[in-house]
Each structure stands twice: as structure tokens, then as C-alpha cells.
Design a protein around this ligand. Structure first.
Ligand code: B12
Length: 153
């Protein structure tokens, strides 16, 4: 059986989308379908989504979390200031993940992850992350969030 949203994660609303001028839709679509099947409610913004649209959608739908995809190598540029947009909108505690192929070429993942966490993402995921791995982490994070912590250890 595939991974399921459990406990506090069940029924949570997540926004998915591919940021910037990036047309690589397949990963975000697969992730959206897997998350929906696991019991999350999904609002899929699709490809070529400006950063501001994630914030607008989060406000309009009262979302619980954001799943940003970036594949074409411009992730660092496109994601700069992403957390600040949520802070300005009064959504400073929004759970925000980023994944895909975040930087140009092959770079040391620990270093890439550190840069995205410094930008304010709660978690960054390396290329080829599977949806069931993401669901496990979402379950852990929503469980500690309902206990008042930001993300699970
Ligand atoms: C198909 C493809 C295209 C298609 C896209 C069609 C479409 N509309 O989707 C086309 C031909 C249009 C294309 C264009 C380009 N592409 Co292209 N493309 C690919 C390719 C071959 C497959 C991508 C794919 O669909 N993967 C399958 C999905 C299922 O995997 P995924 O996207 O990684 O997603 C999984 C995980 O990463 C994860 N995930 C994804 N998002 C998120 C988000 C979160 C929050 C989490 C937790 C997890 C997660 O979950 C998914 C399911 O497991 C890859 C190479 C590759 N093998 O990955 C290159 C690749 C992504 N492309 C690349 C490039 C460079 C381009 C172009 C810039 C080429 C050019 N010079 O024109 C353009 C960019 C156009 C644009 N503006 O976006 C590079 C990016 C390099 C980089 N990052 O350094 C790659 C890696 C090829 C390479 N090795 O050089 N491409």
C-alpha cells in the first residue's frame, strides 16, 4: 500500500506548482496526484507560476502548506524572497517545501539544501525524491505543528 496522510496531516490543504518560467510539469503533477491519493487536499497551480501566485492561492484557499517545484536550474533565483512574500502577507508560519532539480548541474546536496533553508524554506528535497518520502515527512511535520513546533527533527 502507498503512504497515507495520517493523524493531523489528513485533509490538510496543500498548494503545488512549478515556480518561475519553468515548464517542467510532470513531477509536480505526479506529486499532486500522489498527495491527493494519500488524503491531502490539493490546489495545483501548474507550470510557469509566479512566486506571488503561490501567496494569493494560499490566502484564497486557506492553505496549510506549499510544495514548490523547480527543475530548470533557475530555482535559486526564482525562490529568492519567497518566504518574505508570505511574511508580508501575514503567513509567516506557512509550511513551505521546495523540490525538483534546484540548481544548475550537479552540486553537493548538503550545500544546496543549506542555501534553500537559509532562504526560509522549511525543507528542501533533492532530485528524484519519491512522493511516499514526502508524505512521511508531511505526516511528521503536521504532527509536531499541532503540538506547536515548526518542523519535526
Ligand atoms: C521532460 C524534460 C523537459 C521537457 C518538459 C516537458 C514538460 N512540460 O514537462 C522540455 C523538453 C520542454 C524541457 C525543456 C527544458 N529543459 Co528539461 N528536462 C526534462 C527531463 C528529461 C525530465 C523531467 C521530468 O519530467 N522528470 C520526471 C519527474 C517525475 O521527475 P521530477 O520532475 O524530478 O519530479 C519528481 C521529484 O523531483 C519530486 N519533486 C518535484 N517537485 C517537487 C517539489 C517538492 C516540494 C517535493 C518535495 C518533491 C518534488 O517529485 C517528483 C516525483 O517523484 C529532465 C531530465 C531528467 N531526467 O529529470 C530535463 C531537465 C530537467 N531539463 C533541463 C533543462 C536545462 C531544460 C531547458 C532549460 C533546456 C533548454 N536549453 O531549452 C528547457 C527549460 C524550459 C523551461 N522554460 O522550463 C535540465 C535542468 C538542468 C538543471 N537543473 O541544472 C534537465 C535536468 C536535463 C539535464 N540533465 O540537463 N525539458
Amino acid at each position: 500500500m502507498s503512504a497515507q496522510a495520517t493523524g493531523p496531516a489528513r485533509g490538510r490543504k496543500l498548494i503545488t506548482g512549478v515556480i518561475g518560467a519553468d515548464t517542467h510539469i510532470v513531477g509536480s503533477r505526479i506529486l499532486s496526484m500522489a498527495l491527493e491519493e494519500a488524503g491531502f487536499e490539493i490546489v495545483a497551480l501548474g507550470a510557469i507560476t509566479p512566486a506571488e501566485d503561490f501567496v494569493k492561492a494560499a490566502i484564497e484557499t486557506a492553505a496549510d502548506g506549499i510544495m514548490v517545484s523547480s527543475l530548470y536550474g533557475q530555482g535559486e533565483l526564482d525562490c529568492r524572497g519567497f518566504r518574505d512574500l508570505f511574511i508580508e502577507a501575514g503567513l509567516e508560519d506557512m509550511l513551505i517545501y521546495v523540490g525538483g532539480n534546484l540548481v544548475v548541474g550537479k552540486q553537493d546536496w548538503t550545500d544546496v539544501e543549506r542555501r534553500f533553508l537559509e532562504m526560509g524554506f522549511d525543507r528542501a528535497f533533492p532530485p528524484n525524491t519519491r512522493a511516499d518520502q514526502v508524505i512521511e515527512v508531511l505526516n511528521a511535520d503536521f504532527a509536531v505543528r499541532s503540538a506547536g513546533r515548526r518542523i519535526a527533527e
